[in-house]
Design a binder for this molecule. Structure first.
Ligand code: HEM
Ligand SMILES: [Cu+2]
Length: 550
């Protein structure tokens, strides 16, 4: 069992995560009914307020707090109990993040910050909203540095030894997070805050968007890497084998750092102010991420097949039947991975220079991120919750809860297939995202988009309702694991932290020389960004004043 303070800290993070999940998914339910013209909000609440809360609470808050809950537990488990300094600073970081989160949520709910989770200028929220965002990020930095300190202490005590894979992957995740946040912190501190408080009149819009996306793309890898940690480390344990290759796992994480930061322009392909050359360069770097992604897929299938064959599977696909389908910890994550196949394919379309023109700002994009962050990441976190919460509360995953968990995972999958397919199809037909009105005053061409089975807002609403049901079921499961289930017994499978063995005897030591890798990452960032950002500053048009259009 891990230290008591870490246990409480991890549980506090998870509690905030699921509170955000509860409110955020309720906002999702409101959205699907409004877009289906079945719901009108009271005067004090509007669609964009709800949508901002949905994006912020799910994509930023749920993910971030869950990730810290998971990583804090794993770091304590794999490197030992935290010392007093690490403990103190990780609590301080938690509270700073929490203050930022609560503050930002209050600004959104009170209608002073309906700027959506990307907070694009020249939409202008209250100055405190940006202060809260800065606190949120700085709080995560404090928690990260506390854990980095814990890691450095371990390395000092174990000179010349490679760190355990969990700790290594955590450090890679933090390297990516800290480097990528630099962009958004710069934009918030030097552009948004002075502008929103009225110290300056105008803002350089294109620069603020570029700094946002410098952060916004690696943000998705900040969500994905902890999910991949479960795929690389937890899954092999659950299927009864070892990590396929320790060096391949480490190398793939390094490549994710290199190829996920210098690529933000692929979100800005339609924007003036950045020349084609730089967009093209960053699109090329974007596609390099295929390499570590396929490395990951390869190791996973290798693990599945090895374990199946060890259990006596025959033929090309016989191993599929030998996977532990009756273990919800495995099945949930397996389904999450399966969603990532169409999710990743859609991502290739989005990042393509020409195809992006076609789907940009349509409902297709909404369909896309619900089958990337909304399912592969979120469902992996659900799957982790099924054992992490029992591990932390000392309870067990009982029979009834296990059944509920199967229903929860199944309903999330069905709801997501309905909602996301309809969003993809409607997006291809031309339906825009981020709008309360779907039907353009009943324009006949537009109405034609909406009369298919999948191209229908009703399908989205039905899918969204099933998803909301599933989300509430998950809250029930979390509460049961926290307060209701019986105490776990000795050697209880569902109350352990499953980490597979990883043989690092042949792993080259230079994979853990962070200076080399952070150096290469910074070099790539400078190549991809230094000149275009300089242009955006030197050749800036007159800035924009703020707009509050809600
Ligand atoms: C009950 C489950 C959910 C439902 C019903 C739902 C529904 C929706 C809908 C309809 C939109 C599009 C609104 C528009 O463009 O006008 C949307 C946007 C979004 N959703 Fe969800 N969603 C759910 C869960 C999630 C989860 C779990 C995540 C992430 C972890 C997520 C992240 C997002 C993000 C980032 C946006 C974009 C917000 C923006 O455009 O500013 N959603 N959701
Ligand atoms: Cu991206």
């Amino acid at each position: 069992m891990i230290g008591n303070s870490e246990r409480k800290l991890a549980l506090s993070n998870i509690a905030v995560a699921y509170t955000a999940f509860l409110i955020g998914t309720f906002c999702g339910l409101i959205q699907v009914f409004m877009r289906n013209d079945r719901l009108e909000l009271p005067a004090w609440l509007d669609y964009y307020q709800v949508l901002t809360a949905h994006g912020v609470l799910l994509a930023l808050v749920y993910t971030t707090f869950f990730i810290y809950g998971f990583l804090i537990t794993g770091m304590s488990k794999s490197l030992g109990t935290f010392g007093p300094k690490v403990r103190l600073w990780s609590w301080i970081g938690f509270f700073v993040t929490l203050i930022g989160t609560v503050g930002a949520t209050i600004e959104i709910i009170s209608g002073r910050a309906s700027v959506l989770y990307t907070f694009y200028a020249p939409l202008k929220a209250s100055g405190w909203f940006y202060v809260d965002l800065a606190l949120l990020i700085i709080g995560t930095w404090i928690m990260s540095f506390a854990l980095i300190g814990h890691y450095m202490q371990w390395r000092r005590k174990n000179p010349g030894v490679l760190s355990p894979l969990f700790a290594y992957m955590t450090m890679a995740t933090f390297a990516l997070w800290i480097i990528s946040c630099l962009g958004v912190v710069a934009a918030v501190l030097f552009q948004y805050i002075p502008w929103a408080f009225g110290f300056v009149d105008t803002i350089n819009v294109e620069l603020s968007r570029s700094l946002f996306w410098y952060f916004g793309h690696p943000l998705v890898y900040f969500w994905l890497l902890p999910a991949y940690m479960a795929w690389y480390l937890v899954i092999p344990k659950l299927v009864g084998t070892k990590v396929f290759s320790d060096s391949l796992a480490r190398l793939s994480f390094l490549l994710f750092i290199l190829f996920s930061i210098p690529v933000g322009f692929h979100h800005q392909l339609g924007e003036p102010g950045v020349s084609d050359f730089w967009k093209f360069l960053q699109v090329t770097l974007t596609f390099m991420v295929v390499i570590p992604t396929l490395m990951t897929a390869f190791s996973l299938f290798a693990v599945f097949e090895t374990s199946g064959r060890q259990k006596g599977a025959k033929g090309l696909f016989g191993w599929i039947g030998k996977l532990p389908w009756s273990d919800i910890r495995f099945t949930s994550i397996f389904i999450a991975m399966a969603f990532f196949i169409p999710g990743g394919a859609g991502g290739i379309i989005n990042a393509s220079f020409q195809l992006n023109e076609f789907i940009h700002n349509t409902l297709w994009v909404v369909g896309h991120f619900h089958i990337t962050v909304g399912t592969p990441v979120a469902m992996t976190f659900m799957g982790i919750s099924f054992w992490l919460i029992p591990y932390l509360t000392g309870r067990t995953l009982g029979k009834t809860t296990k059944k509920l968990a199967y229903v929860q995972i199944a309903s999330w999958s069905i709801g997501m297939i309905l909602m996301s397919s309809a969003q993809h199809v409607l997006g291809l037909l031309g339906a825009p995202r981020r709008t309360q009105y779907s039907h353009y005053n009943d324009n006949p061409t537009v109405l034609g988009w909406f009369d298919g089975f999948f191209s229908n807002t009703a399908t989205i609403a039905i899918g969204g309702t099933i998803l909301f049901f599933s989300a509430m079921l998950l809250i029930v499961i979390v509460l049961r694991l926290w307060f209701v289930e019986p105490r776990s017994l000795e050697n209880d499978l569902y109350a352990e932290f499953p980490i597979a063995e990883s043989d690092s005897s042949a792993t080259p030591k230079w994979l853990e020389n962070w200076w080399i890798w952070i150096g290469i990452a910074l070099a790539l960032i400078i190549i991809a960004y230094a000149i275009p950002i300089t242009h955006l500053i030197q050749d800036a048009p007159p800035g924009s004043k703020g707009f509050i259009n809600w």
